[in-house]
Design a protein around this ligand. Structure first.
Ligand code: ME8
Length: 656
């Protein structure tokens, strides 16, 4: 995540963003999909001569985050701090080349949002009124009756709640005509199928003004002139794309990179990006982004993979077993950009075996081995008159690849681009079979040199074009070719190298035993087993990055935790929270206040008089404005509900 050196002034700029992900739970391969796609596009554009700014980040305010923190008995700030670190660790693991990482709890962002809100209020585009209608808590969205699908949230399909509260509104309706023009008369929103959806389902049904504050919780940016109101999480989140560039502050990057070239996200939040976001920008007199791209979903058992539905696949586990390149490849190739894809471990494993191990791995392995066996690795560029018809046909394919991939990446059809590169790899494998180097060694070593050169050149051009997609193995290929790793695409054509001197490289991955892998992945998912990793050669150092698995601690570290029996003397519900109880416990020496996320399982009267197990030396944390002086231990049953651990003994006794 290091900053790249300042770009040359004459370079064209390219600004690309992922959504900022909710810091409410661990991210899964759905989030990796968007982030890896944007990474491939960003890396491609950099290699293609653009000055790229690639932004990702975390959405850290709002009720959903506050509740997730409460459930874990943590303060929202401590909770989002730990998740932001975990998310950054995931992007390091996935080799993401982002230039910026914005957190909505960054002070500069918070200030810029408060200023934007005030500006829109002073301009009259935000006004105060009362909201009566439906609210989807997980999506933090208000809906009108007509927008609901079967009475449920149209985004996530979950039940909505009747809500009535005083709040501020943004005059979204005022921008309906301009938005319709933007959507229907320009290429702003892609793919085209999403345009119809937005226009028919939202704009043509009548754009209501948008409720942009909440009073039911307090984890968010306060309205500066009316602090009992918290700014709606989407109004806080969407402008991250400009606040991260310094809009409202120094603004140097803002004038350089805005308007954004491409906002990428999945389809469920296209509405916010193609209607709400451009309307905010119009109200602020800022140019709208050039393109919003809404890709499909990775589905799991017919359902969208989602943190809150619990059907997630852990990218740390997958990359730990198969390497980053394999997961990047699968994500980028298996899902046609724009469509949905049904995920299964079987699909992942067979794509690894067929494409990565068989096609790419075998091509490189056997070509390198033959060049060493026949020529000690030294292969010279043949004279032009040595090339026959079959060679020229294949060379035309090599020469045409970069332009075709560029055209795909511009649209952006990422999986198509990768498919094309693997098309060349397939042709190279066929070229070996057609030219039979093992027979030429006996009859015509001059011809054999030509064949080996054409093959090594095809591998070189493929590896050059693969660099934005797979980040480890193509580099190794260049090592094996005896060449530096290229920084751009200028040599993606036949005959740019005079001579090769190949050396052996580690394979990308050994062939997987799919049956065995499937059962081991199932065992991991069931939490019953942690088998050894299969052999692979580009795995990151697992010991350096343990963000995906619980870290082991020493007995000394464990004994730093002071556990005590306490007696619960008083208990009340915490106002404004569904999850929290405020308890007064006696620890044998003094009374302490504890805030615990068990209100959905226990009424206050259920726990008064019980013994509980207290983590007595935990740093105090503020939850919903109350300082909690420790944490009560719970076991978690199969239903996911916490049950208080109720130790025997007197208040103050140590538990060890
Ligand atoms: O919506 N398939 O954050 P979020 C494909 N904070 N992509 C998926 C996916 C799946 N199954 N699951 C998640 C939010 N994604 C807001 C965004 S932006 C100003 C605020 C990816 O954590 C995809 O990009 O719910 C989707 O749009 C995003 O994660 C949602 O992430």
């Amino acid at each position: 995540m290091a900053k790249r050196p300042a770009a040359k002034a004459d370079k064209k700029t390219f600004y690309i963003t992922t959504p900022i992900y909710y810091a409410s739970g661990a991210l899964h391969i759905g989030h990796c999909y968007t982030t890896v796609c944007c990474d491939a596009i960003a890396r491609f554009k950099r290699m293609d001569g653009y000055d790229v700014y690639y932004l990702t980040g975390t959405d850290e305010h709002g009720q959903k985050v506050q509740q997730a923190a409460e459930e874990r008995g943590m303060s929202p700030q401590a909770f989002v701090d730990s998740l932001a670190e975990r998310i950054k660790a995931l992007w390091t693991r996935m080799d993401i080349s982002n230039d910026g990482f914005i957190r909505t709890t960054d002070k500069a962002h918070e200030k810029a949002i408060a200023d934007i809100f005030t500006k829109l209020y002073e301009k009259g585009d935000i006004y105060k009124s009362e909201y009566v209608g439906k609210y989807c808590e997980p999506c933090e969205s208000f809906w009108t009756e007509s927008q609901l699908v079967d009475g449920k949230c149209p985004d996530c399909g979950r039940p909505v709640k009747e809500t009535k509260e005083e709040c501020y509104f943004f005059r979204l309706g005022k921008y309906a005509d301009r938005l319709k023009k933007l959507l229907t008369e320009t290429d702003f929103l892609q793919p085209d199928s999403r345009v119809k959806e937005m226009v028919n389902n939202f704009i043509d049904k009548g754009l209501s003004d948008l409720a942009v504050t909440r009073t039911s919780f307090d984890w968010g940016i306060k309205v500066p002139f009316d602090p009992k109101h918290v700014i709606y999480v989407w109004i806080d989140a969407l402008p991250n794309y400009i606040t991260a560039l310094g809009y409202g502050a120094d603004g140097e990057n803002f004038s350089k990179y805005w308007p954004c070239d491409m906002h990428v996200m999945a389809k469920e939040i296209v509405r916010f990006h193609s209607i709400v976001w451009p309307a905010i920008l119009m109200a602020l007199d800022i140019p709208v982004p050039k393109r919003v791209y809404g890709h499909g979903w990775i589905m799991f058992d017919g359902d969208k993979m989602s943190k809150s539905k619990g059907n997630v696949v852990d990218p740390f586990i997958l990359t730990d077993r198969y390497g980053v390149d394999a997961l990047r490849y699968f994500l980028l190739r298996a899902m046609p950009f724009g469509d949905d894809m049904q995920y299964s471990n079987e699909l992942l494993l067979s794509s690894i075996n067929n494409d990565i191990v068989n096609d790419l791995g075998n091509l490189v392995r056997r070509t390198f081995a033959m060049s060493r066996q026949y020529f000690g690795g030294a292969v010279k560029k043949p004279a032009a008159d040595k090339l026959g018809g079959g060679d020229k046909k294949f060379i035309a394919e090599i020469d045409g690849l970069a332009a075709a991939v560029r055209a795909d990446m511009d649209r952006p059809l990422v999986s198509k681009a990768l498919e094309r590169i693997f098309g060349l790899i397939d042709s190279a494998n066929k070229y070996i079979d057609a030219n039979k180097p093992w027979a030429l060694i006996k009859t015509d070593t001059d011809r054999l040199n030509t064949v080996m050169y054409v093959l090594l050149d095809a591998i070189r051009v493929s590896a050059n074009l693969l660099l934005p997609f797979l980040t480890a193995y193509p580099r190794r290929i260049f090592d094996g070719l005896g060449l530096p790793v290229p920084e751009d695409l200028s040599a993606c054509a036949f005959g740019k190298v005079d001579a090769y001197k190949t050396t052996e490289i580690e394979p990308i991955l050994n062939r997987l035993d799919i049956k065995k892998e499937l059962s081991e992945l199932e065992a991991i998912a069931a939490g019953t087993d942690k088998p050894d990793k299969p052999g692979r050669s580009d795995k990151p150092d697992a010991d350096k990055d343990k963000a995906g698995a619980p870290e082991q601690i020493s007995i000394d570290e464990f004994f730093k935790t002071e556990l005590r029996v306490v007696k619960i003397e008083e208990c009340v519900k915490v106002e404004k929270s569904n999850k929290l109880l405020k308890l007064t416990v006696f620890d044998g020496e003094r009374r302490r206040t504890i805030v615990s996320g068990i209100a959905h399982c226990y009424a206050p009267e259920d726990v008064i008089g019980k013994n509980a197990a207290l983590v007595a030396n935990l740093k105090p944390a503020k939850l919903c404005g109350i300082v909690s002086e420790g944490m009560l231990l719970c076991s978690v049953g199969a239903d996911g509900k916490p049950k208080l651990v109720e130790p025997k003994g007197e208040a103050g006794e140590k538990i060890c």
